[in-house]
Design a protein around this ligand. Sequence first.
Ligand code: HEC
Ligand code: HEC
Length: 272
Amino acid sequence: MKYDKSKAQGSALTTFLGGIAILLAVLFLLVKLATSGYFYHSVEESTPTAIETRIMSAGQVQEGDGTPVGQRTGEQIFNKICIQCHAVDSTVANAPRLGNAADWGPRIAKGFAVLVNSGINGFNAGMPARGGASDLTDDEVARAVAYMTNESGGNFEAPAVNADGASDAAVPADSAAAGGDVKADGKAVFDKLCVACHASNSAIAYSPKLTDQADWAPRIKQGKETLFKHAIEGYTGPQGGIMPAKGGNAALTDDEVKAAVVYMVNQSGGQF
Ligand code: HEC
Ligand code: HEC
């Protein structure tokens, strides 16, 4: 009986001490794990470019953010987004590296349109749509593609950054509607200025009125270039009607005036 009791006490003690030992061991391992940085090392990016990007001053990392969306250059976008995988020394599997003509050669051979499409919509498993930056416009992606390929043996022309800050999408659409080479919003110019004398109900003497085909037909016959010239330089008609140069606003660009002419003509039976 006595023997049995001490044996029972001994085994309870062993269990207790064993429990503490296991608890300490688990605590020790947890502390080791938390301080080892294990969680952070799972992304293996220790190339010089990756490190440089991490230690850049905040100002540099933000570079390009001050530029309105749609107006960023290919280089700005590359250095902010695409560089994560397309850096000179990238270790991302299959990603063609900046400046590496061998990486880019076969891709450049596909042509600019195909590459831009890959940039916009993504390509295979590794290349995310717009490099993962959904705020990039199509033109911005195209500029980044042109920048990368031109640094890597290609020779593509990037879509221009518009100095006037008009959105990328609006400009090609308008220029297409306005006869190809004219790059401004003719309706906007008309509505702001030309309407003062060319409104459909204008009372200004001799002024051809918007949508009035009888007013416009003989003028349209002179041809596009003559009308552009008269609108830009000014024109006095045979009966003394006066069209002031650029409608009186010298700050308008030639393209803006031309776009307004195209808009007026096309609203009035013409086809410029
Ligand atoms: C997260 C990594 C990653 C980012 C960020 C990234 N790319 Fe890529 N990109 C890849 C990989 C990987 C490939 C190769 C895919 C393949 O061929 O399997 C690739 C391929 C491409 C190609 C070639 C596609 C083709 O048709 O051969 C273009 C063009 C491209 N990327 C443009 C860009 C642009 C522009 C950006 C920045 C806006 C960008 N990438 C950002 C990973 C990335
Ligand atoms: C202050 C009034 C006035 C304003 C503002 C004005 N126009 Fe005119 N415009 C005229 C008059 C008047 C004529 C007719 C002149 C004539 O044929 O006797 C005319 C004629 C024209 C013609 C026809 C020229 C030709 O050779 O037959 C064009 C094109 C034209 N304007 C474009 C514009 C555009 C574009 C704007 C805005 C940027 C504009 N105008 C603003 C008064 C104006």
